[in-house]
Design a protein around this ligand. Sequence first.
Ligand code: ADP
Ligand code: MG
Length: 822
Amino acid sequence: MANSCGIDLGTTNSCIVIVAEGEPKVVRDKYKRATVPSVIFQSGGGDVVVGHAAKSRLGQMPPPVITVKRKMGTDEQVQLGGKLHSAVEVSAMILRHLKRMGEEEAQTTLENLVVTVPAYFNFKQKQDTETAARQAGFEEVVVLQEPVAAALAYCVNAGDEPMTVLAYDLGGGTFDVTVLERTADNEINVLAFGGDPWLGGDDFDTQLAEYLRRRLKAKNYAVDWDLTKPEQYAKFQRLKEQAEDAKKKLSNVPEVSINFPQVFCDEEGVLIDLEEIITRELFYGLVEEKLNRSIELTQETLAKSGVSAQQLTKLIMVGGSSYIPMIQDRLRQALGVEPELVDPETIVAMGAAIKAAASFGRKVDGNGISVVLDYQSKSSRTKTSINGRLSQKVQGWTAMLVQGDYESTLPLNGDRFRFDGILLSEGKLNEFALTLEDGDGEERLFADVSITQDNDATMLRSPDALIAKPIAVRTVSGLEVVIDAGARLPTRVNRIFHTEDQSGEIVVPIYEGSVPIAEVKLTDVPKNLTTGSEVEVDLIFNKDYSVKARARVLSTGHEAHAQFEIPLITVLTADQVKTKLKAIEARREQLATLVDDPSFDSLRRMIWAELDEPEPKMAKVTEDINELESLLLPAEAKAAERQALRPSLSEVERRLDEADKNARQKAEKSTFDLDEFLPHTAKLRNKAQDCWERRDASGWREVLSILAGLESLAAPSRDINQMPESEARDMAMALVFFIESEVMSKPAARELLAGIDLDKLKFAAVIEPHKAVGTGIQLLRMLVTKGITEIPGAGKSQDTGISEETPGNMAMLKGLLRSGRG
Ligand code: ADP
Ligand code: MG
């Protein structure tokens, strides 16, 4: 619509496409250049300069600001005109510049924007982009994924057939690869996406510049620059400029010569003469590793999509770096599909504009009132409709739509109207005049409405918002993914968690990928809530990338709500990273074999390697180190489990006292042998103290198992037939296994029970557990009375308390079985 546009806010270059008469139109500068470098400069107190003029300041002091997109979502600030600015503020300045360019072309204010972001952008980065767009003065903002935009633009002109497209987008600073499908009913779906937000043409420039620096060094120039020093960094930038220039030329010719005489000095004040011949072979050798990575990631993403290379209808290449012939060759080789370069620099903004044309109404101002008109400016049908929404409610007004002889009038009460069944002449532009009159017959608003009828026009639908990285919650056993990458927004999850302690506080940390982004916190939970109580957590992810959460303790109804402000990532310095890395490495050593994730070492090596790069990307390193840390989480959880002995020693001692007390009462009423029983609890008491001191988790489990047995033994007698079926089944099974092990290990037992089919008894344990318990006890009684089997506290006589009425013994047997020996 007339006041809508699409912007590709690129790391290196940006582009704006306006919607004029329903058609997207690329805005070019007076040199017919469609892209604007995303570079910005301000001399102290002077005007802000954006684009080519700012880029020409590269290599001078103070330097212009470049690649600010890489700082989105972080707290990194940049120097501009002697002041510090956030990435959002600088992005807003670039957007404002583009907006002004677009408005000059459109001759109207641009209010609605579809702005694109890499598929990989996280929640915060998308929110930041939207904030920047609002700061730049846009009223309505939709954030769209770059590959979806590219696919929209491509598919609109690619006929009606369903198709599967792989979009390979290698720009200056980011690499995105996406597999999309266009369905039979004209919907664009993302099947898979991948890439590397830290890979792009800028890396190639750095590699080539570093090569040039090494050549200068070989010629004895003092060029051991410390790139953390602005003056020395500026000199390296100069080499990068030469490198980029050479790189671009190499896309057209097999070899270029760089001649860059005496423009700046080395560190000893000697003027540098830079003269080099760069061949394609040399250049490819320098960038091969990075380039291969993009091919690998492409294959990985294709595999993830479940589509084979043969099934691809189209392989489109987007982004300025796609011009490099070697990349086209590599892709062709790797996939066996012919790649197509489709306006690599403008296609993303074009798609954004197409989306804008479909997303926003068009706002028209009148006399004291305005209206937002919503209609399809291009239609394949011959009948259409126009919707209007007024800025305020009115009474007794009239809306009129006129085209030649055709006239339609609607009474207008309230703030909405709709003209239905408007006929369109086929294959041409249909122009209408819309007027609103108030109750006195006074014209209050006029708008011309143009609708093109075109039988081939396709309206493509596309997802607005997608989740780039899996959303996970942290539990005792590590990170648990609750929403997969690629899910559409809005979406919600609902999960049950269990309390881990009685601190009176429940905290559910939420992760995006490996980065903690928020915590849902319940603080006034009753302290007597049993550990393991159920907590229901609801997470709601909205279309505008905001997140809401609710946590509720199911048994008590305690609730907490949270609306997240996702924090900015604090980018670490190289020194901070090294310190943290060493600490993580030390921790990893301690955790030893508990860490079984092979990606830990490869990621660790990647971080060290990045720190050795000429220009380490600290935001990336910061993200990677967060991830490295989270890779230790499962091992940490296991270690914590080893550490934690539950229930506590005092609880175990209390239960032993209780068992002794029960045993005494039992001995008073029956022939229960207290003298034989008590030494066992005494022995277990010592064992418990010992295991507790040594934090021996497996010993502790054994203690608990024997404790359960002794408790059952001391418990008052119970009638088997009264016990629940599941308990009886457990007991019957335990009995059979115990008898089986006696038969296996003791020849006397084998002799005694020869002819008894234990498998049959096992079967009975499942089908008729109560009966099986009875049989099992009889067999056990035979073993005990013959002196083959000994049971503590049970003695050897026939009236030892082993009877159908004392199932507690069996629980004790289970304990014995599990621990091996009492
Ligand atoms: P972004 O999307 O990151 O803003 P673009 O898609 O505009 O970036 O691509 C910019 C990158 O493309 C830069 O690294 C630039 O050097 C590179 N590039 C532009 N033209 C060519 C070319 N002819 N050959 C090789 N690289 C090119
Ligand atoms: Mg781009």
